[in-house]
Design a protein around this ligand. Structure first.
Ligand SMILES: C[S@@+](CC[C@H](N)C(=O)[O-])C[C@H]1O[C@@H](n2cnc3c(N)ncnc32)[C@H](O)[C@@H]1O
Ligand code: SF4
Length: 445
């Protein structure tokens, strides 16, 4: 991400599309546009429950491992996921993961891993032995914090739920299930292979097997009414433990849904209805004690996804596997790393060179500051401007902050925390542009 230019707030509001949230963060690293509601609007500036919490000084060090295969491709999904009808050479990929982990550890040695996230694709297609091998390799490459969070993303089909005990024995201590909808008609529309009954069973097994689990739902689906979403979300809240990811459906370019949408064959809720669905989401989750701690993520205090918090708090993370992104400070300079997306080409590259990295960009301090703003303002806790200063060597001007405060888009909390209000998070990209354009370097006299 380069240095942002100047433009006017509040008009035009950025309408980059719907959805956003940690699904992207989890998948391959830095997410594109976080935007909880399509065309802005929606809601008063609100003081967030996290605003007075101290911001963690150490955002942790995460390892993201991308498993790029799925049993079938969902028509809305633009993740780096592939179907292999002829089967997957799991030992080959397991060996390539092991080599690339060792390579990343050589780039960033001596770190303590605070979280691991096995994302996809569908990592629950992996055998527990493969997962165990990956975790062992990570443990052999870095030290692992005694309370490290180790999450595996799982699809809720019955076959996969049967493997949960094996994953737990391999070291996984949290699962995140892609439930998506709690009615069979919508699961069919979304092209999912599982039924509501299977999802319920998978949630039961997850609850019995793991102390920590979460599940994802997609809302603002075709023909979804506020009443239907209210009822469905209430059901989900009764089934959850302490964390839910709730994403607005995004029509992603290049997917079958995008083609259908363009052809007028797939109607998604109009902005006003999407805003209503978003407001229902906030109302019900707040009442259930799991307010949003990030645009699309809701948890009780202490149950947040630590791995994703590392991204949003702009910590370091190694990205392993096809199409994975990483941010690693190497010799005092932060590198943005990207690996080859195509799974077999990635594996061949690892076999030849020990890694699949195809881009390695060193970030200027101003770019780090931009990224930190973009990530941190997604969080209800906001960002610590002193940390921004320490990291990027700059801070937004007082005038810019005051102007945005007057527009009720940000709040400046003592001692030095900047928090995007709910209205501000609707226009997050624009907010970051404005703040970034006002950056003034800090000079030490
Ligand atoms: C890596 S994906 C999927 C994990 C797992 N393969 C599954 O589908 O259950 C993580 C989450 O992103 C969300 N997601 C994917 N594409 C989306 C889209 N176009 N709009 C909104 N949410 C989406 C889904 O909720 C999904 O569970
Ligand atoms: S199973 Fe998950 S990752 Fe795979 S295509 Fe569907 S949503 Fe995407």
């Amino acid at each position: 991400m380069g240095r942002a230019g100047r433009s006017a707030i509040p008009s035009p509001l950025v309408g980059e599309g719907k959805g956003g949230g940690d699904r992207r963060t989890s998948a391959v690293g830095i997410p594109p546009t976080p935007n909880p509601s399509p065309q802005g609007g929606g809601g008063q500036a609100s003081r967030d429950r996290d605003a007075d919490r101290p911001v963690t000084a150490d955002p942790g060090f995460g390892v993201y491992v991308h498993w790029p295969f799925c049993a079938s491709k969902c028509p809305y999904c633009d993740f780096n996921s592939h179907v292999r009808m002829a089967g997957i050479d799991e030992p080959r990929f397991a060996a390539a993961f092991a080599r690339e982990i060792a390579h990343m550890a050589a780039l960033a040695p001596g770190r303590t891993v605070t979280s691991i996230f096995l994302g996809g694709g569908t990592p629950s297609l992996m055998k527990p032995e493969t997962v165990g091998g990956i975790l062992d390799r990570i443990a052999a490459s870095w030290s692992i914090a005694s309370d490290a969070e180790i999450t595996l993303e799982a699809n809720p089909s019955s076959v996969e739920a049967e493997r949960f005990a094996g994953y737990r024995a391999a070291g996984v201590n949290r699962v995140s299930l892609g439930v998506q909808a709690l009615n069979d008609g919508d699961l069919k529309t979304l092209g999912r292979l599982h039924s509501v009954a299977e999802a319920r069973r998978a949630i039961d097994i997850a609850a019995r097997t793991f102390e920590r689990f979460s599940f994802d739902l997609i809302y603002a689906r075709p023909a979804q009414t506020p009443e239907a979403w209210r009822a469905e979300l209430s059901e989900a809240l009764a089934m959850m433990r302490d964390h839910l990811s709730l994403y607005q459906l995004t029509i992603e370019e290049g997917t079958p849904f995008a083609g259908l949408h363009r052809a007028g064959k797939l109607a998604v809720p109009e902005p006003e209805l999407a805003d209503t669905l978003y407001e229902i989401t906030q109302e019900l989750t707040e009442a259930a004690g799991i307010p949003a701690y990030e645009i699309s993520n809701h948890a009780r205090a202490g149950a947040e996804s630590r791995h994703n918090l590392t991204y949003w708090r702009y910590g370091d993370y190694a990205g392993v596997g096809p199409g994975a992104h990483g941010r690693l400070v190497i010799d005092g300079v932060r590198h943005a790393l990207v690996t080859e997306r195509q799974p077999e080409a990635w594996a061949a590259s690892v076999e030849q060179r020990g890694h699949g990295i195809i881009e390695d960009t060193t970030l200027a301090r101003s770019e780090e500051a931009d990224e930190m703003l973009l990530m941190g303002l997604r969080l209800a806790e906001g960002i610590d401007l002193r940390r921004l200063e320490a990291l990027g060597g700059m801070r937004p001007s007082r005038a810019a902050i005051e102007r945005l405060e007057k527009l009720a888009l940000v709040e400046h909390h003592a001692p030095d925390r900047l928090v995007a209000t709910r209205a501000g998070r609707f226009v997050l990209n624009e907010l970051v542009l404005q703040l970034s354009a006002s950056f003034a370097p800090i000079t030490v006299s």
